[in-house]
Ligand binder design. Structure first.
Ligand SMILES: [Zn+2]
Length: 257
């Protein structure tokens, strides 16, 4: 005679097997689209200038990122290109930190170009382009699909919203989002970096600048805005703000290549 206990046991076993198989399947999925190398070459300037060996490392880390972080569309369809751009923006700033993991990020929500007015917009960057979560939204990033794509499709300007948000996460890794990424910046350079932030913000406010004025909001925004500029147009930043370029090169260790 089959008892209720035995039926329950068999059912539980079946559920466990299903979960196990599903988990294996999920892990085996390759998150990279077939044409990812073409997409990276076409749209990601940073990737394009790497040598073959470095390109391979970049690709592997993009893959790892997409395995570790969930990307979810909220009223927006997330396409291969979007996933690839988010992962590229994550890896670009930490390319020279081979062991880097975004332990403070579990999920990226992709919104369309505009947001519901009812959404709590406190903490939004440039109103609606992106944010890194705090409080109940801890470990989350929100980004607008339109801004995400513009950041990579338009390579001539100094903007890249996704890189901006990842710069915030890097800054936040030491516990405070204060424009000083202590986890990657050597301690002895901190006073010089803070001094440079203050003088540059002062200049921006007094005389205007080719650095987006949003960067003068506070130190954290300054770091995120100048990080965008640094990775989007390093040539221009070097020409227009050599000291800033040198410090960001030190922070992101890009001068070592
Ligand atoms: Zn910001």
């Amino acid at each position: 005679m089959v008892t209720v206990l035995q039926i329950s046991f068999v059912l539980a076993l079946i559920v466990l097997i299903i979960l196990f198989v599903f988990e294996i399947r999920v892990k085996e999925i390759s998150f990279l689209p077939d044409d990812y190398k073409v997409l990276l070459n076409d749209y990601v300037k940073f990737y394009r200038q790497l040598d073959d060996d470095q390109k391979k490392k970049f690709e592997d880390r993009v893959q790892d990122f997409l395995t570790a972080v969930r990307i979810t569309g909220v009223n927006a369809e997330v396409e291969d290109m979007d996933r690839l751009f988010i992962a590229a923006a994550a890896i670009i700033p930490v390319h020279n930190f081979p062991d880097w993991q975004y332990v403070n990020l579990h999920e990226v929500l992709v919104y369309p170009g505009t947001f519901n007015q009812d959404f709590d917009q406190a903490g939004w960057d440039r109103y609606i382009s992106g944010m890194v979560g705090t409080g109940p939204m801890q470990h989350m990033m929100i980004i607008s699909k339109w801004q995400l794509r513009q950041g990579f499709i338009n390579g001539a300007d100094t903007y890249n919203t996704a890189i901006h948000e990842f710069a915030h996460l890097i800054d936040k890794m030491d516990g405070t989002m204060d424009g000083v990424p202590e986890i990657i910046l050597e301690r002895r350079f901190i006073p010089r970096w803070v001094g440079l932030i203050n003088t540059t913000i002062q200049q921006m406010k007094s005389y205007g600048s080719d650095i987006d004025i949003y960067g003068a909001t506070n130190h954290a925004e300054f770091f995120a805005v100048t990080s965008e500029y640094f990775f989007e147009r390093p040539d221009l930043l070097k020409a227009n703000h050599p000291e800033l370029f040198e410090m960001l090169e030190r922070i992101y260790r890009t001068g070592l290549n």
